[in-house]
Design a protein around this ligand. Structure first.
Ligand code: GLN
Ligand code: ZN
Length: 759
């Protein structure tokens, strides 16, 4: 075992996504649940062994889950919403996750600022909590039977409550006194498991700005949990940011250790003195658990030495910065990656070896390394040198261009631009449009795949896409939509499509990361300076435009969204990378406009996702995110109308920022979340044009004309008709044509009816 090596948690979906396929087959009633159990047990065993083989000392149990760890926690605490009562075991578990014929699923939402989504607990004052620790205890025993003594992972009460919602109104922390006894009962059961137990309690909420009420819960909670049994060593785990306020409190509780993220929370270094004085263990998150780059082992060891100036060496643990859940499993299956690039990467399994090697060097010195370890250390140094110097990463021309962005500024004020645009394009109030994509049929998916695998030649592929575009255009004309789109058949994904055409972007074959439940995403990665060698969308859009005399809206993804949905290089500030992407998009906007395209939509679906966890860092993010959106459309002439789209409607905190992006038109999700949220636009006197979605595209339901008339009238109560566009909530790619056609026809019909009244 390598001394004091620690892994916060391990991915569970399986190196070949075995869990995903097994679950989906069970859900589709193609296999028995016993199959899922068999697969799950095999995976757990394999995952423990990977960590054991890498000589990791602190390996977790209860980090596995059939769907989500927050959901596991709800089941453990007996926090089951009323509508699921009567259900048990797997039926209950999957009903809460996915809904069943009687009850809708619990909501899910993003886990802090990652792309992982957890199931939101629904709590009410009437709940009767009751401990159900079967899964947790079972997993510990399973590992033990295989000769692995694990630490046990759970989510702490303060985070659990903080991430819950009260269905009966009221504050979640009012339920604190009801939840705590269940935690105490849990610790009593855990204490029975073994002579001594390490319990990792995750409290990631400690990295947010907490109000005094929540802060005041920390000491009593951890005083109380620490005295349950003296054979439990509690490690309080935080990640994704600094936890300075909580650390100050925790050092005065009897817990055993504190886990801090030193990569995404550099301010944690300020806590070293008080941790040293408390003599607690410090789990140092130094190997990146949410990015795919090789650790710079020499630099990490230096950092540890700095920490060791304050803390006793034996109190220092070497750890991943968070659960490895957020990175792909293993590089083993990356057969197509270029060797040079692959040599810069490290996925979950590779990170285990890094942690072990860092520990060896730090505790025993370089001289103690075996031949094999020396070779690995040398290879690590070389890989880091290669990244610092490779021509594929460092592009002088891009750097030059980026250093001089002042000159990129769009012409004209909004008032000047919109006057020109309205005069030129003569669209009426309540102009109808869609968000970009139309249904992705099995045929076009198939064609794209075949083309990618070289089974379909370019001409046949293009013909097929064009045929789809023709159909889209024909349908939109027939339906009476006013501003058309080409339908995005050539795009598998709104980021990957652009990444594939930008210099500096890489793609993995098997870089899957769990997004929620059985769903995984395979984010592309930005390894080098970004540039756009040639136009990316112009041919498709101009083809579509050639098929209609109406306006064809060009469709691009914005820089902030491209950034937020990729693994980003860690040798440059995110704001710099974003700037480079923005310049690429700016070139595209210019080319589209030169080709005669009059309206261009630059989607920023993930603009809000990128917000920092700490309030003090928000301003800086907003500054560069807005700067780069504006930079990406700076080439647009005054009369070229710039649209943007965002997949949410909670703009209360950020409305000024949205306005500062200065898009001529913004379309947003509204139908799903209600018109209440729209009022903020009126309240602040938002001046640009707005397209609040009039129907929810997440459901197969076809909204009636009447319903949409009512919705449009409701919108008119909030915003004047001159400022309103009418469109669905989001892109239609996940829907079927049978749903899309009548829905859009009804939408257009509804606009006609309303116009008759108000124009
Ligand atoms: N233009 C994209 C589409 O319609 C936007 C998708 C999104 O906002 N997520 O699919
Ligand atoms: Zn959307």
């Amino acid at each position: 075992m390598s001394k004091n090596t620690y892994v916060v948690g391990f991915p569970r979906i399986g190196e070949q996504r075995e869990l995903k396929f097994s679950l989906e087959s069970f859900w589709a009633k193609k296999s028995e649940f016993s199959e899922v159990e068999k697969v799950a047990n095999g995976l757990k065993q394999r995952h423990w062994n990977y960590q054991k083989d890498a000589k990791i000392e602190y390996i977790s149990s209860n980090d596995f889950s059939l769907y989500d760890n927050m959901l596991d926690m709800s089941v453990l605490l007996g926090a089951v919403p009323k509508r699921f009562q009567g259900l048990k075991d797997k039926e209950l578990y999957f009903a809460m996750a996915r809904g069943n014929t009687q009850a809708t699923a619990c909501e899910m939402t993003k886990w802090f600022n990652t792309n992982y989504h957890y199931i939101v607990p629904e709590l009410s004052v009437e709940d009767e909590y009751k401990l159900n620790a079967v899964k947790l205890l079972q997993e510990y025993k399973e590992a033990k039977e295989q000769g692995i003594k694990t630490k046990i992972n759970i989510i702490g009460p303060i985070t659990y409550l903080g991430l819950s919602k009260r269905v009966d109104g009221g504050d979640v922390y009012e339920l604190y006194s009801k939840i705590m006894p269940i935690y105490e009962a849990l610790l009593k059961e855990i204490a029975q498991l073994d002579e001594s137990i390490t319990l990792q309690i995750d409290e990631p909420i400690f990295v947010k700005d907490l109000d005094t009420k929540v802060l005041s819960l920390i000491k009593p909670t951890y005083d109380r949990l620490s005295v349950i049994s003296n054979n439990i060593n509690i490690i309080l785990m935080s990640y994704f940011e600094h936890a300075k306020e909580a650390t100050k409190i925790l050092v005065n509780t009897p817990i055993y250790g504190i886990g801090l993220d030193f990569l995404y929370g550099k301010e944690n270094f300020d806590s070293l003195d008080i941790i040293a004085a408390s003599d607690k263990k410090l789990i140092c998150g130094l190997v990146d658990g949410r990015n795919i780059w090789k650790n710079d082992i020499s630099a990490t060891v230096q950092m540890l030495q700095k920490i060791a100036k304050k803390l006793k060496k034996e109190n220092i643990f070497i750890s991943s910065s968070c659960s490895l859940l957020h990175v792909p499993f293993s590089l083993k299956y990356e057969e197509k990656l270029d060797d040079e690039i692959k040599n810069w990467l490290s996925y979950g399994v590779e990170k285990l070896d890094e942690i072990a090697l860092i520990s060896k060097i730090f505790f025993d010195g370089e001289a103690s390394l075996s031949d094999e370890e020396s070779t690995a250390f040398e290879a690590n140094k070389q890989a880091n040198i290669s990244r610092k110097t490779s021509q594929r990463i460092h592009d002088k021309r891009v750097q030059q261009r980026v250093s001089d962005i002042e000159k990129y500024e769009r012409d004209g004020t909004y008032e000047e631009r919109i006057a020109l645009q309205k005069a030129k394009y003569k669209y009426q109030p309540l102009a109808t449009t869609t968000i970009g994509s139309f249904p992705q049929t099995p045929e076009i998916r198939h064609a794209r795949r075949e083309f990618k695998n070289n089974n379909l030649d370019k001409t046949s592929y293009e013909n097929e896409m064009k045929k789809y575009i023709d159909d889209c255009v024909a349908f939109q004309e027939e339906c009476g939509l006013e501003i058309l789109v080409h339908g995005e058949p050539e795009r598998n994904d709104m980021v990957e499509y652009f990444g594939e055409q930008l210099q500096g972007y890489g793609f993995s074959q098997n870089g899957w990361v769990q997004s929620y439940g059985s769903r995984c995403v395979k984010p592309p990665f930005i390894y080098g300076d970004i540039s756009r060698p040639k136009p990316m969308t112009v041919e498709w859009i101009t083809y579509a435009q050639s098929k209609t005399s109406k306006i064809m809206k060009g469709m691009l993804t914005g820089p902030v969204t491209i950034l937020n949905w990729s693994f980003v290089r860690d040798d440059k500030e995110r704001s710099e990378v974003s700037k480079q992407i923005a310049l690429g998009i700016c070139d595209e906007v210019n080319d589209l406009q030169k080709a005669g395209i009059k309206m261009i939509q630059v989607d920023e679906a993930a603009f809000k996702e990128g917000y920092p966890l700490r309030t003090s860092k928000i301003q800086e993010y907003e500054n560069w995110a807005v700067r780069d959106f504006k930079l990406s459309v700076s080439s647009a002439k005054q009369e070229t109308q710039i649209h943007t789209h965002m997949c949410y409607s909670e703009f209360n905190d950020i409305i000024a920022t949205i306005e500062a992006m200065d898009a001529d038109v913004i379309s947003i999700e509204t139908a799903r979340s209600g018109n209440e949220l729209l009022k903020i636009f009126a309240k602040v006197g938002y001046k640009q044009e707005v397209g609040p979605g009039v129907y929810d595209i997440h459901s197969p339901r076809v909204p009636s004309v009447d319903e949409m008339v009512t919705q449009i009238k409701a919108l008119l109560e909030v915003l004047p008709k001159e400022q309103l566009w009418i469109n669905p909530d989001c892109g239609l790619k996940t829907r079927k044509w049978e749903e899309v056609k009548p829905s859009l026809k009804n939408m257009v019909e509804a606009v006609k009816i309303v116009r008759e009244e108000v124009l």
